[in-house]
Design a protein around this ligand. Structure first.
Ligand SMILES: NC(=O)c1ccc[n+]([C@@H]2O[C@H](COP(=O)([O-])OP(=O)(O)OC[C@H]3O[C@@H](n4cnc5c(N)ncnc54)[C@H](O)[C@@H]3O)[C@@H](O)[C@H]2O)c1
Ligand SMILES: [Zn+2]
Length: 378
């Protein structure tokens, strides 16, 4: 496969994959609408990600919601890496139609064209997300594997942030999320990712096109949008630390996420493109390591070499999940993915990059105020 189309290829993950594919002598075409929310109003100046691929790939400015743009982009391609999407979890709860149109609608349109027009596409990679798992997989001492639903406001108000067994209400133990875990997204964004994955895997089978679904965890690294909702905490804390401000940690600080470095994510994605073993499979892409929020604050502070007070406030946001980390044994054993970057090393690269950027204005207090107004912050 020589000619690769990356939709959303001007974005964080896509631009990194594009540069790696170029190193491997592939011809890369990018279809991207340079969404102002991600790239600013003047991408040639305001988007380092777009600049990193400019004049290196065949760039088509267009949208995945346009049939004409798809037909133009698919011409002569051997494979599609479909990343273009609206990605704001919070935003998806009040811009529902937009999220459904771009994410589900764009994917449906791609498949429609492949089903009804001549083409030479042999493989499609679809970007799914850990968001489809909602709260993830847990174990109850009495009831075995269970999938907790949303935590109760009344319990959290008393400082109890743990997840409970839906049968007996006992506290439960977190397990790594395997690919066969229950799919129960808690946001419109998560629902669209689940649908995109299902559409691609189901339709490609009938079209004789190989498909691979990637459930990315929290992807971070140099070049990330400082408003990326998955890793917003890295930029929010960075801004606080660099302005010498106190960090307010939600809940008890022991809530965790699986942070996976951008380089590893790009490698994992390309492994699936090159490897037939991956065909018609879905994979978690993470590190398999749960990192708690206190560790995030301390690691950032260490690499910026700035000490700020860290306050564990017991504040919380309704709808937040408590934990999620991936079981990555499937991708390891089937296509040999092994993350090379641990959190310390990745954060060291991330802070180096942030140090070269202008310090953004600290909008933290403002965002708390907004959440309070919406009744989401306690
Ligand atoms: N970054 C993460 O932590 C993470 C985690 C899980 C899943 N994902 C998924 O990975 C994919 C890439 O994410 P990312 O972090 O690189 O996001 P990103 O926002 O940096 O990149 C997305 C790109 O898609 C483009 N785009 C948006 N709407 C478009 C449209 N209608 N037509 C064409 N292009 C459009 C944007 O301009 C942007 O360049 C997304 O599908 C996202 O859901 C990301
Ligand atoms: Zn139980």
């Amino acid at each position: 496969m020589k000619n690769i189309l990356i939709t959303g290829g001007a974005g964080f993950i896509g631009s990194n994959i594009a540069l790696k594919l170029l190193q491997r002598e592939k011809n890369v075409t990018v279809l991207d609408n340079l969404s102002p929310q991600i790239h600013g109003n003047n991408p040639e100046v305001t988007s380092p990600l777009y600049k990193s691929i400019l004049n290196k790939v065949n760039f088509i400015k267009g949208t995945v919601t346009s049939k004409e743009d798809w037909i133009n982009a698919i011409k002569d391609q051997d494979a599609i890496i479909h990343l273009a999407a609206e990605t704001g979890t919070g935003q998806s709860m009040y811009e529902i139609q937009k999220y459904v149109d771009v994410n589900i609608g764009g994917t449906a349109l791609m498949l429609d064209i492949l089903a009804n027009h001549s083409h030479q596409i042999k493989k499609i990679i679809i970007a799914s997300s850990r968001a489809i798992y909602g709260e993830g997989k847990y174990k109850c001492a009495k009831h075995g594997i269970i999938y907790p639903s949303e935590r109760k406001d009344t319990a959290m108000a008393k400082g109890d942030f743990s997840c409970k067994c839906p049968i007996c209400d006992d506290t439960v133990i977190i397990l790594p999320t395997t690919e066969d875990s229950k799919i129960h997204p808690t946001s419109v964004y998560g629902i669209t990712k689940q649908n995109q994955e299902q559409l691609v895997l189901t339709v490609c089978k009938s079209l004789g096109i190989a498909a691979v679904g990637y459930r990315y965890q929290n992807v971070y690294g140099p070049g990330q949008s400082l408003s990326n909702p998955y890793t917003g905490i890295l930029s929010i804390f960075s801004t606080r630390i660099k302005n010498g401000n106190l960090i307010n940690i939600f809940e008890d600080g022991k809530e965790t996420r699986d942070f996976v470095y951008i380089d590893d994510v790009a490698e994992a994605t390309i492994l699936g493109l090159e490897n037939d073993e991956a065909n018609n499979q879905v994979y978690n892409v993470g590190t398999g390591v749960a990192t708690n929020v206190i560790t995030v604050a301390e690691t950032l502070s260490k690499f910026y070499n700035i000490e700020v007070p860290i306050q564990i406030s017991g504040n919380y946001r309704l709808g937040d999940i408590r934990h999620n980390f991936a079981d990555i044994s499937k991708i390891k054993s089937e296509i040999g993915f092994d993350p090379k970057w641990n959190f310390e090393n990745g954060i060291q690269q991330f802070t180096k990059w942030v140090n070269e950027q202008e310090i953004p204005k600290d909008k933290y207090e403002l965002s708390i105020k907004e959440m309070k107004n919406k009744g989401l912050y306690k």
